[in-house]
Design a protein around this ligand. Structure first.
Ligand SMILES: C[S@@+](CC[C@H](N)C(=O)[O-])C[C@H]1O[C@@H](n2cnc3c(N)ncnc32)[C@H](O)[C@@H]1O
Length: 166
């Protein structure tokens, strides 16, 4: 899986980088992959829309099929995925919008030491090893890390303070 940043990922003014990579610590396994209509990062939305976004398919490894048992009890589920084309060494970032430089941990940018993406998606159907969902923002082929029933009770805590922007 390529971790090499694309030339378009060159640091912008104000951005700072880690001097050397952090030591690896956890052994994750990819449990499947995500099929979306988004073939370039420019085509991905910044965040998915669980109501009106396009239908996407989560493909689980066949040996994990029984781990989906009763998943259809939930109308929304949380997906964690590995944003495999993101660079991992930026400490501060200057996103095109809103333009100001911020610390990586104050952004939902894909660029972070562990490029984990999360999304609450609407579950529309399933087969033995696939889930049909809406609400994704990732590239076609993005590796899947985990699936959990959605819990939204923490969401109000994530609102920016008044006047703090998005
Ligand atoms: C802003 S991130 C949000 C990800 C997730 N919803 C979150 O909040 O954790 C979504 C963006 O990541 C980029 N992206 C999507 N899939 C990616 C991948 N596999 N590797 C690197 N970047 C990706 C696209 O530019 C997309 O618009």
């Amino acid at each position: 899986m390529s971790q090499t940043p694309a030339p378009s990922d060159a640091p912008r003014p104000g951005e700072t980088l880690l001097e050397k990579p952090l030591p690896a610590a956890a052994e994750l396994v990819f449990i499947g992959h995500i099929e979306t209509p988004f073939t370039t990062r420019a085509l991905c939305p910044r965040q998915g829309d669980p109501e009106n976004g396009p239908d996407c398919t989560v493909h689980l490894l066949p040996e994990l099929a029984s781990a989906l048992r009763e998943i259809e009890r939930f109308d929304h589920i949380e997906l964690l995925y590995w944003l495999h084309h993101a660079r991992r060494d930026l400490l501060t970032q200057s996103p095109k919008s809103p333009g100001a430089t911020r610390g990586t941990f104050s952004l939902r940018s894909p660029v972070r030491p562990n490029p984990i993406g999360t999304a609450i998606v609407r579950l529309r159907g399933r087969t033995e090893t696939t889930l049909s969902v809406r609400g994704l923002d990732c590239l076609n082929g993005t590796p899947l890390l985990d699936i959990k029933p959605s819990r939204c009770d923490y969401a109000p805590l994530a609102k920016p303070k008044p006047g703090a922007g998005t």
